[in-house]
Design a binder for this molecule. Structure first.
Ligand code: FMN
Length: 241
């Protein structure tokens, strides 16, 4: 038997157009409370959220994110950061710069954001993650005055939906859910999924295209170069070696 929570989760779709209606203070408070309720690795609570209300700052972030207009248009735009700076201030002798700490920060921050997104969706709001801010992460860091050990992972736009996009079909479960050991891909399953995605892309209400799923992988993986990321992580203290 399904539950209202499962129904909500399964009806997720990213929302990229919003009505002008603001997200109320009460809704913001509820979303934040739900976000903070998330599990935290070793209870380090290593996430900070920057709520960007300054319109000029928003416009600059929208450009840095690759000209994504909804970053400016959304009533709310929150930048989720992995944050060990708080810990460094409290305990200056702590040794940072270990890869595992970076993973902890990213995992904690991502799951907190997803709590926020689910909470927002449960209030009838719509959201979209904006990983595009990592495209020019150095400038984003400067704009938001982020010190060392604060890593802006993605933004989240939140607002009242002004669009109702179709739900995007996911991989067949058998292609991603394995028992005991990892399994190589089953080509027939992926072929079937490519057909499903091709139908979806051709029939969806906007931005139709002729494409399956696997033919997009190369283009996407190769376009996400972000060649300066390793240098950036060194400079910001996340990786020592
Ligand atoms: C970490 C992360 C970063 C994302 N960054 C962007 C982004 O910069 N711009 C955008 O339009 N969508 C972005 N998305 C949304 C994905 O494109 C979207 O979740 C995916 O296509 C599946 O569609 P759905 O969310 O409607 O189910 C991002 C999603 C995640 C999880």
């Amino acid at each position: 038997m399904s539950t209202p929570t499962i129904e909500l989760l399964c009806h997720h779709r990213s929302i990229r157009a919003y009505t002008p209606e603001p997200v109320s203070d009460e809704q913001i408070e509820l979303i934040l409370t739900a976000a903070q309720a998330v599990s935290s690795s070793n209870f380090l609570q290593c996430t900070s959220i920057i709520r960007v209300t300054d319109t000029e700052l928003r416009s600059k972030l929208a450009v840095l994110a690759g000209n994504q207009p909804y970053v400016t248009q959304a009533p709310e735009f929150w930048v989720f950061c992995a944050d060990l700076n708080r810990h460094k201030q409290l305990v200056p002798q702590v040794e940072l710069g270990k890869a595992e700490q970076l993973l902890v920060g990213c995992v904690d921050t991502a799951i907190m954001a997803q709590n926020a997104v689910v909470a927002a969706e449960s209030l009838g709001l719509g959201c979209v993650y904006i990983g595009g801010i990592r495209g020019q992460i150095e400038q984003v860091t400067t704009l938001l005055n982020l010190p060392k050990y604060v890593l802006p992972l993605f933004g989240v736009c939140i607002g009242h939906p002004a669009q109702h996009p179709d739900i995007k079909p996911r991989l067949p479960k058998a292609a991603m859910f394995f028992e005991n050991h990892y399994q190589p891909i089953q080509k027939s399953l992926i072929d079937e999924y490519n057909t499903t995605m091709a139908n979806y892309y051709q029939q969806r209400s906007s931005n139709q295209k002729v494409s399956g799923w696997s033919d997009t992988i190369e283009k996407i993986l190769n376009s996400v170069k972000r060649d300066t990321m390793l240098d950036y992580l060194h400079q910001q203290g996340w990786i020592n070696k």
